[in-house]
Design a protein around this ligand. Sequence first.
Ligand code: SF4
Length: 379
Amino acid sequence: MQRKDTREVVMGKLVIGGQNPVYVEGMGRQNPYQVELAIQEINRAQAAGCEIFRLSIPEKDALEGAKKIKEWTKIPLIADVHFDLDLATECVRLGFEAVRINPGTLGDRSRLEELFSVLQDHNTVLRVGANAGSLPTHLRSLPRVEALFESIAEMVDFAEKKGVRNLFLSAKSTEVEETVEINRRLSKAFPYPIHIGVTEAGEGLEGVVKSALGIGLVLFEGIGNSIRVSLTSRDPVLEVKVAWMILNFLGLRKRGGEIISCPTCARCRGDVVGAVERVKTFFEEQGIAPPFRIAIMGCEVNGPGEAREAEVGLAFSRSGAIIFSKGRVEKVVSDREVLEYFIAFLAEKIKSVEGKKGGSSFEDVSSVCPNFERNSSGS
Ligand code: SF4
Protein backbone atom coordinates (compact mmCIF):
# COMPACT_ATOMS: atom_id res chain seq x y z
CA MET A 1 0.00 0.00 0.00
CA GLN A 2 1.46 3.34 -1.12
CA ARG A 3 0.96 5.87 1.67
CA LYS A 4 0.48 9.52 0.85
CA ASP A 5 3.23 11.75 2.09
CA THR A 6 2.49 14.64 4.42
CA ARG A 7 4.40 17.09 6.51
CA GLU A 8 5.56 15.78 9.85
CA VAL A 9 4.59 17.10 13.26
CA VAL A 10 6.24 16.12 16.53
CA MET A 11 4.20 15.10 19.56
CA GLY A 12 6.47 14.03 22.40
CA LYS A 13 8.47 11.06 21.18
CA LEU A 14 6.21 10.51 18.19
CA VAL A 15 6.73 11.97 14.75
CA ILE A 16 3.38 11.97 13.02
CA GLY A 17 2.92 12.17 9.28
CA GLY A 18 5.31 11.55 6.41
CA GLN A 19 5.95 7.83 6.15
CA ASN A 20 5.86 7.30 9.91
CA PRO A 21 3.52 4.61 11.31
CA VAL A 22 -0.20 5.19 11.63
CA TYR A 23 -0.63 5.71 15.36
CA VAL A 24 -3.47 4.59 17.60
CA GLU A 25 -5.29 7.30 19.54
CA GLY A 26 -7.62 6.76 22.48
CA MET A 27 -9.99 9.11 24.25
CA GLY A 28 -10.75 9.36 27.96
CA ARG A 29 -14.15 9.03 29.58
CA GLN A 30 -13.08 10.40 32.95
CA ASN A 31 -13.24 14.05 33.90
CA PRO A 32 -9.75 15.40 34.69
CA TYR A 33 -11.17 16.27 38.14
CA GLN A 34 -10.88 12.57 38.87
CA VAL A 35 -7.13 12.55 38.54
CA GLU A 36 -6.53 9.03 39.77
CA LEU A 37 -9.32 7.49 37.70
CA ALA A 38 -8.18 9.42 34.63
CA ILE A 39 -4.60 8.24 35.01
CA GLN A 40 -5.73 4.64 35.53
CA GLU A 41 -7.79 4.92 32.37
CA ILE A 42 -4.85 6.22 30.38
CA ASN A 43 -2.64 3.45 31.74
CA ARG A 44 -5.19 0.79 30.74
CA ALA A 45 -5.46 2.26 27.26
CA GLN A 46 -1.68 2.49 26.97
CA ALA A 47 -1.30 -1.16 28.02
CA ALA A 48 -3.73 -2.09 25.23
CA GLY A 49 -1.61 -0.18 22.69
CA CYS A 50 -2.85 3.42 22.85
CA GLU A 51 -0.07 5.72 21.63
CA ILE A 52 -1.78 9.14 21.79
CA PHE A 53 -4.48 10.03 24.29
CA ARG A 54 -7.14 12.72 23.96
CA LEU A 55 -8.38 14.24 27.18
CA SER A 56 -11.46 16.46 27.34
CA ILE A 57 -10.97 19.68 29.26
CA PRO A 58 -14.58 20.73 29.85
CA GLU A 59 -14.01 23.80 32.02
CA LYS A 60 -11.48 25.90 33.85
CA ASP A 61 -11.74 23.88 37.05
CA ALA A 62 -10.46 20.84 35.15
CA LEU A 63 -7.07 22.45 34.56
CA GLU A 64 -5.62 21.57 37.94
CA GLY A 65 -6.37 17.87 37.38
CA ALA A 66 -5.16 18.13 33.79
CA LYS A 67 -1.83 19.44 35.03
CA LYS A 68 -1.36 16.42 37.33
CA ILE A 69 -2.48 13.99 34.62
CA LYS A 70 0.02 15.54 32.22
CA GLU A 71 2.82 15.07 34.75
CA TRP A 72 1.97 11.36 35.19
CA THR A 73 1.35 10.43 31.58
CA LYS A 74 4.09 9.15 29.30
CA ILE A 75 2.27 9.09 25.95
CA PRO A 76 1.44 12.33 24.09
CA LEU A 77 -1.71 14.04 25.32
CA ILE A 78 -4.12 16.07 23.23
CA ALA A 79 -6.28 18.53 25.16
CA ASP A 80 -9.76 18.51 23.65
CA VAL A 81 -11.30 21.94 24.07
CA HIS A 82 -14.61 23.47 23.00
CA PHE A 83 -16.16 26.92 23.51
CA ASP A 84 -13.27 28.40 25.51
CA LEU A 85 -10.03 28.93 23.61
CA ASP A 86 -8.29 30.13 26.77
CA LEU A 87 -8.51 26.55 28.08
CA ALA A 88 -6.57 25.42 25.01
CA THR A 89 -3.97 28.13 25.61
CA GLU A 90 -3.58 27.02 29.23
CA CYS A 91 -3.15 23.39 28.18
CA VAL A 92 -0.35 24.40 25.81
CA ARG A 93 1.32 26.11 28.77
CA LEU A 94 0.82 22.93 30.84
CA GLY A 95 2.87 21.03 28.29
CA PHE A 96 0.18 19.13 26.38
CA GLU A 97 1.70 17.88 23.14
CA ALA A 98 -1.33 19.06 21.15
CA VAL A 99 -4.59 20.88 21.55
CA ARG A 100 -7.68 20.09 19.56
CA ILE A 101 -10.04 22.88 18.65
CA ASN A 102 -13.24 22.47 16.68
CA PRO A 103 -14.04 25.16 14.07
CA GLY A 104 -17.73 24.80 15.01
CA THR A 105 -17.26 25.40 18.76
CA LEU A 106 -14.59 28.07 18.99
CA GLY A 107 -16.44 30.48 21.22
CA ASP A 108 -14.72 33.87 21.27
CA ARG A 109 -12.61 33.82 18.08
CA SER A 110 -10.64 36.85 19.22
CA ARG A 111 -8.84 34.50 21.64
CA LEU A 112 -7.34 32.57 18.70
CA GLU A 113 -4.48 35.05 18.30
CA GLU A 114 -3.18 34.41 21.79
CA LEU A 115 -3.58 30.64 21.36
CA PHE A 116 -1.61 30.72 18.11
CA SER A 117 1.12 32.80 19.69
CA VAL A 118 1.50 30.39 22.65
CA LEU A 119 1.36 27.37 20.32
CA GLN A 120 4.31 28.75 18.40
CA ASP A 121 6.26 29.57 21.57
CA HIS A 122 5.87 25.96 22.76
CA ASN A 123 6.09 24.30 19.35
CA THR A 124 2.80 22.55 20.16
CA VAL A 125 0.63 20.82 17.58
CA LEU A 126 -2.77 22.23 16.71
CA ARG A 127 -5.37 19.58 15.89
CA VAL A 128 -8.07 21.22 13.80
CA GLY A 129 -10.88 18.76 14.36
CA ALA A 130 -14.21 19.35 12.65
CA ASN A 131 -17.22 17.20 13.35
CA ALA A 132 -20.43 16.81 11.33
CA GLY A 133 -22.41 17.23 14.54
CA SER A 134 -20.97 20.65 15.38
CA LEU A 135 -20.48 22.50 12.12
CA PRO A 136 -20.01 26.28 12.16
CA THR A 137 -23.38 28.03 11.85
CA HIS A 138 -22.51 29.83 8.62
CA LEU A 139 -21.72 26.51 6.88
CA ARG A 140 -24.69 24.42 8.04
CA SER A 141 -26.70 24.94 4.86
CA LEU A 142 -23.98 23.23 2.80
CA PRO A 143 -23.81 19.48 2.14
CA ARG A 144 -22.02 17.90 5.10
CA VAL A 145 -18.78 17.00 3.35
CA GLU A 146 -18.58 20.47 1.84
CA ALA A 147 -19.25 22.06 5.22
CA LEU A 148 -16.65 19.89 6.96
CA PHE A 149 -14.09 20.74 4.30
CA GLU A 150 -14.79 24.48 4.37
CA SER A 151 -14.64 24.59 8.16
CA ILE A 152 -11.18 23.02 8.10
CA ALA A 153 -10.03 25.14 5.14
CA GLU A 154 -11.03 28.39 6.87
CA MET A 155 -9.16 27.47 10.04
CA VAL A 156 -6.07 26.26 8.18
CA ASP A 157 -6.00 29.45 6.15
CA PHE A 158 -6.28 31.58 9.29
CA ALA A 159 -3.61 29.57 11.14
CA GLU A 160 -1.19 29.68 8.23
CA LYS A 161 -1.62 33.45 7.94
CA LYS A 162 -0.58 33.69 11.59
CA GLY A 163 2.44 31.48 10.93
CA VAL A 164 1.06 28.29 12.55
CA ARG A 165 2.19 25.28 10.52
CA ASN A 166 2.21 22.55 13.19
CA LEU A 167 -1.18 21.38 12.03
CA PHE A 168 -2.88 18.00 12.30
CA LEU A 169 -6.27 17.79 10.62
CA SER A 170 -9.38 15.77 11.31
CA ALA A 171 -12.90 15.88 9.89
CA LYS A 172 -15.36 13.32 11.13
CA SER A 173 -18.73 12.15 9.97
CA THR A 174 -21.02 9.41 11.25
CA GLU A 175 -21.27 8.01 7.71
CA VAL A 176 -18.79 5.68 6.03
CA GLU A 177 -19.11 7.23 2.58
CA GLU A 178 -18.70 10.78 3.92
CA THR A 179 -15.68 9.67 5.93
CA VAL A 180 -13.98 8.45 2.77
CA GLU A 181 -14.95 11.52 0.77
CA ILE A 182 -13.89 14.16 3.30
CA ASN A 183 -10.54 12.53 3.95
CA ARG A 184 -9.82 12.26 0.23
CA ARG A 185 -10.49 15.98 -0.04
CA LEU A 186 -8.36 16.90 2.96
CA SER A 187 -5.49 14.77 1.69
CA LYS A 188 -5.64 16.35 -1.75
CA ALA A 189 -5.92 19.92 -0.50
CA PHE A 190 -3.48 20.09 2.43
CA PRO A 191 0.05 18.89 3.17
CA TYR A 192 -0.67 18.21 6.86
CA PRO A 193 -1.06 14.85 8.60
CA ILE A 194 -4.61 13.59 9.01
CA HIS A 195 -6.32 11.84 11.91
CA ILE A 196 -9.03 9.41 10.81
CA GLY A 197 -12.17 8.28 12.58
CA VAL A 198 -15.88 7.68 12.17
CA THR A 199 -17.55 9.80 14.81
CA GLU A 200 -20.17 8.34 17.13
CA ALA A 201 -19.97 4.98 15.37
CA GLY A 202 -22.22 3.40 18.00
CA GLU A 203 -22.04 0.51 20.39
CA GLY A 204 -20.69 -3.02 20.09
CA LEU A 205 -20.61 -4.86 16.80
CA GLU A 206 -22.35 -2.06 14.91
CA GLY A 207 -19.74 0.48 15.97
CA VAL A 208 -16.87 -1.89 15.29
CA VAL A 209 -18.01 -2.72 11.76
CA LYS A 210 -18.79 0.90 10.88
CA SER A 211 -15.43 2.07 12.19
CA ALA A 212 -13.54 -0.72 10.47
CA LEU A 213 -15.19 0.15 7.16
CA GLY A 214 -14.79 3.94 7.40
CA ILE A 215 -11.28 3.97 8.79
CA GLY A 216 -10.15 0.95 6.77
CA LEU A 217 -11.31 2.32 3.43
CA VAL A 218 -9.49 5.62 4.03
CA LEU A 219 -6.31 3.90 5.18
CA PHE A 220 -6.47 1.58 2.19
CA GLU A 221 -6.16 4.65 -0.03
CA GLY A 222 -2.91 5.49 1.73
CA ILE A 223 -4.49 8.36 3.67
CA GLY A 224 -4.21 8.79 7.43
CA ASN A 225 -1.55 9.21 10.07
CA SER A 226 -3.45 8.31 13.23
CA ILE A 227 -6.79 6.64 13.91
CA ARG A 228 -9.32 6.51 16.66
CA VAL A 229 -12.25 4.12 16.89
CA SER A 230 -15.21 5.85 18.54
CA LEU A 231 -17.38 3.35 20.41
CA THR A 232 -20.08 3.87 22.99
CA SER A 233 -18.35 2.13 25.87
CA ARG A 234 -17.33 2.92 29.43
CA ASP A 235 -13.66 2.40 28.72
CA PRO A 236 -11.31 3.29 25.84
CA VAL A 237 -9.58 -0.12 25.86
CA LEU A 238 -11.98 -1.73 23.38
CA GLU A 239 -11.50 1.18 20.94
CA VAL A 240 -7.77 0.74 21.12
CA LYS A 241 -8.02 -3.00 20.53
CA VAL A 242 -10.26 -2.50 17.51
CA ALA A 243 -7.92 0.17 16.13
CA TRP A 244 -5.02 -2.27 16.32
CA MET A 245 -7.05 -4.96 14.58
CA ILE A 246 -7.77 -2.54 11.72
CA LEU A 247 -4.07 -1.73 11.38
CA ASN A 248 -3.05 -5.39 11.70
CA PHE A 249 -5.54 -6.67 9.14
CA LEU A 250 -4.54 -3.97 6.65
CA GLY A 251 -0.91 -4.94 7.14
CA LEU A 252 0.01 -1.42 8.27
CA ARG A 253 1.25 -2.30 11.75
CA LYS A 254 1.90 -5.47 13.66
CA ARG A 255 0.88 -5.98 17.26
CA GLY A 256 0.30 -9.44 18.65
CA GLY A 257 -1.27 -12.26 16.71
CA GLU A 258 -4.69 -13.45 15.72
CA ILE A 259 -6.88 -16.51 15.85
CA ILE A 260 -7.74 -17.94 12.45
CA SER A 261 -10.70 -20.31 12.68
CA CYS A 262 -13.06 -21.81 10.18
CA PRO A 263 -16.84 -21.22 10.31
CA THR A 264 -17.44 -25.02 10.52
CA CYS A 265 -19.73 -26.94 8.15
CA ALA A 266 -21.05 -30.44 7.59
CA ARG A 267 -17.50 -31.71 7.19
CA CYS A 268 -16.44 -30.49 10.62
CA ARG A 269 -14.84 -33.24 12.70
CA GLY A 270 -14.56 -31.49 16.05
CA ASP A 271 -15.89 -28.72 18.28
CA VAL A 272 -14.21 -25.74 16.59
CA VAL A 273 -16.49 -23.21 18.28
CA GLY A 274 -15.79 -24.69 21.71
CA ALA A 275 -12.06 -24.78 20.99
CA VAL A 276 -11.98 -21.12 19.93
CA GLU A 277 -13.98 -20.10 23.01
CA ARG A 278 -11.64 -22.07 25.24
CA VAL A 279 -8.55 -20.51 23.67
CA LYS A 280 -9.99 -17.00 23.98
CA THR A 281 -10.88 -17.65 27.62
CA PHE A 282 -7.33 -18.86 28.18
CA PHE A 283 -5.90 -15.57 26.87
CA GLU A 284 -8.43 -13.52 28.86
CA GLU A 285 -7.43 -15.38 32.00
CA GLN A 286 -3.78 -14.69 31.22
CA GLY A 287 -4.63 -11.03 30.63
CA ILE A 288 -2.81 -11.02 27.29
CA ALA A 289 -3.69 -10.99 23.61
CA PRO A 290 -2.62 -13.92 21.42
CA PRO A 291 1.04 -13.15 20.77
CA PHE A 292 1.13 -15.04 17.47
CA ARG A 293 -1.09 -16.50 14.79
CA ILE A 294 -3.15 -19.47 15.95
CA ALA A 295 -5.26 -21.59 13.59
CA ILE A 296 -8.21 -23.73 14.73
CA MET A 297 -9.76 -25.64 11.86
CA GLY A 298 -12.54 -28.19 11.54
CA CYS A 299 -11.34 -30.78 9.05
CA GLU A 300 -8.83 -32.01 6.54
CA VAL A 301 -9.97 -29.61 3.76
CA ASN A 302 -8.29 -26.38 4.84
CA GLY A 303 -7.23 -27.46 8.30
CA PRO A 304 -3.67 -28.62 7.76
CA GLY A 305 -2.96 -25.81 5.31
CA GLU A 306 -4.03 -23.05 7.68
CA ALA A 307 -2.58 -24.81 10.71
CA ARG A 308 0.76 -25.11 8.95
CA GLU A 309 0.86 -21.35 8.24
CA ALA A 310 0.30 -20.48 11.88
CA GLU A 311 2.75 -20.45 14.77
CA VAL A 312 0.43 -22.92 16.49
CA GLY A 313 -2.36 -24.84 14.78
CA LEU A 314 -5.10 -27.28 15.60
CA ALA A 315 -6.80 -29.24 12.82
CA PHE A 316 -9.55 -31.69 13.71
CA SER A 317 -9.45 -35.02 11.93
CA ARG A 318 -11.45 -38.25 11.81
CA SER A 319 -9.52 -39.70 14.71
CA GLY A 320 -9.09 -36.59 16.88
CA ALA A 321 -6.89 -33.64 16.04
CA ILE A 322 -3.41 -32.73 14.92
CA ILE A 323 -1.50 -30.04 16.77
CA PHE A 324 0.93 -28.12 14.60
CA SER A 325 3.83 -25.97 15.62
CA LYS A 326 5.46 -23.66 13.08
CA GLY A 327 3.96 -25.71 10.27
CA ARG A 328 5.09 -29.05 11.56
CA VAL A 329 3.15 -31.73 13.38
CA GLU A 330 3.66 -31.56 17.11
CA LYS A 331 1.28 -34.31 18.15
CA VAL A 332 -1.81 -36.24 17.15
CA VAL A 333 -4.31 -36.26 19.99
CA SER A 334 -7.61 -37.98 20.65
CA ASP A 335 -10.93 -36.11 20.85
CA ARG A 336 -11.04 -36.32 24.63
CA GLU A 337 -7.64 -34.78 25.29
CA VAL A 338 -7.45 -32.27 22.47
CA LEU A 339 -8.37 -29.06 24.32
CA GLU A 340 -6.43 -29.90 27.42
CA TYR A 341 -3.34 -30.64 25.37
CA PHE A 342 -3.74 -27.64 23.08
CA ILE A 343 -4.06 -25.15 25.96
CA ALA A 344 -1.05 -26.66 27.72
CA PHE A 345 0.87 -26.50 24.48
CA LEU A 346 -0.10 -22.85 23.93
CA ALA A 347 1.10 -21.98 27.43
CA GLU A 348 4.43 -23.65 26.75
CA LYS A 349 4.70 -21.95 23.38
CA ILE A 350 4.13 -18.53 24.92
CA LYS A 351 6.94 -19.18 27.37
CA SER A 352 9.11 -20.32 24.51
CA VAL A 353 8.33 -17.17 22.50
CA GLU A 354 9.24 -15.13 25.55
CA GLY A 355 12.61 -16.84 25.48
CA LYS A 356 12.00 -18.94 28.58
CA LYS A 357 11.81 -22.29 26.82
CA GLY A 358 13.05 -24.05 23.68
CA GLY A 359 11.16 -25.37 20.63
CA SER A 360 9.04 -28.41 20.04
CA SER A 361 9.29 -31.80 18.38
CA PHE A 362 8.66 -32.38 14.70
CA GLU A 363 7.14 -34.94 12.39
CA ASP A 364 5.95 -34.51 8.84
CA VAL A 365 2.14 -34.47 8.56
CA SER A 366 1.92 -37.14 5.90
CA SER A 367 3.67 -39.69 8.08
CA VAL A 368 1.17 -39.12 10.87
CA CYS A 369 -2.04 -38.70 8.94
CA PRO A 370 -2.00 -39.83 5.32
CA ASN A 371 -5.63 -38.71 4.85
CA PHE A 372 -4.66 -35.09 5.21
CA GLU A 373 -4.17 -33.28 1.93
CA ARG A 374 -3.26 -29.69 1.94
CA ASN A 375 -5.84 -27.18 0.80
CA SER A 376 -7.84 -29.33 -1.55
CA SER A 377 -10.86 -27.01 -1.58
CA GLY A 378 -12.01 -23.82 0.08
CA SER A 379 -14.46 -23.20 2.87
S1 SF4 B 1 -12.18 -26.29 7.33
FE1 SF4 B 1 -13.75 -25.64 5.87
S2 SF4 B 1 -14.52 -27.60 5.08
FE2 SF4 B 1 -13.45 -28.07 7.01
S3 SF4 B 1 -14.99 -27.95 8.64
FE3 SF4 B 1 -14.06 -25.93 8.48
S4 SF4 B 1 -15.45 -24.84 7.11
FE4 SF4 B 1 -15.86 -27.02 6.80
